[in-house]
Each structure stands twice: as structure tokens, then as C-alpha cells.
Write a protein that binds this ligand. Sequence first.
Ligand code: 5GP
Length: 123
Amino acid sequence: MTTETIFDKIIRNEIPADIVYEDDISLAFKDVNPQAPVHLLIIPKKRIATVNDIQEDERELVGHLFVVARKIAVQHGFAKDGYRLVMNCNDDGGQSVYHIHLHLLAGQTLGWPPFANAEPKQG
Ligand code: 5GP
């Protein structure tokens, strides 16, 4: 069993979040520390800690997050201009909340690569 995170409290409405989309199995809300003019987090309501923990029978659930991203992009008018979807995994990936989430970034031209200032690991 994975450990509960702050996102479980958001799912249960115990702490506030600026929710932009919700259905039976997923939730999308504004990131509290936005890195772009639009920065949303799309999460499954089911707790899955990391990409490493995704099971074969959860592929539809994970795919659903991308369908939600597409719906939001169309509804919010940035589908044509473009956007970026990112899911960080563990320390090297920059994951800080251990409940999988798709970052949806939009509203500007996004730089690439996203890790320009990072140093390669030694050894
Ligand atoms: P990660 O670093 O795990 O890929 O992304 C976690 C994201 O969750 C971060 O971008 C961080 O700003 C966001 N975050 C952390 N705590 C909260 C919170 O309580 N509310 C909201 N809306 N976002 C949060």
C-alpha cells in the first residue's frame, strides 16, 4: 500500500484546489507553483505512487489522463497552439508528490530541453 499524499486530501475536498475538470476516475487542478501561464495537474483518483507502479490493468486509467488533457486543451483554446505533458518519476525525474500526475503546461512557447541546467550524474 502506498503512502497517502496531499493529492488525496485534494481529491476528498479536505484542502482547496482550483479544480478545472473532474470525472469519476480523474481530477485536474491548477498547480500551486505554476511554471507556465497554464500549469495543470491531471491525476487519477486511484493512488498510484510512481510510473514504476503502473500495472498492466491500469493502462486504460493512465491513458484516460491523456484524453482529459486533450479535452482541457480544446476547451481552454490552446490545443492548436500546443502544450506539453510531463510525468516525472522518482528523484532523478524530479518527482516530489508520490501520486502520479500529468503536468499540463501551456500558454507560451516552452523551452527544450527542459533540463538545460542539470549536471550529468557521476560514475
Ligand atoms: P512533481 O514534482 O511531483 O512532478 O510535481 C508535483 C507538483 O505538485 C509540483 O509542481 C507542485 O507545485 C504541486 N503541488 C504540490 N503541492 C500542491 C498542493 O497542495 N496543491 C496544488 N495545487 N499543487 C501542489
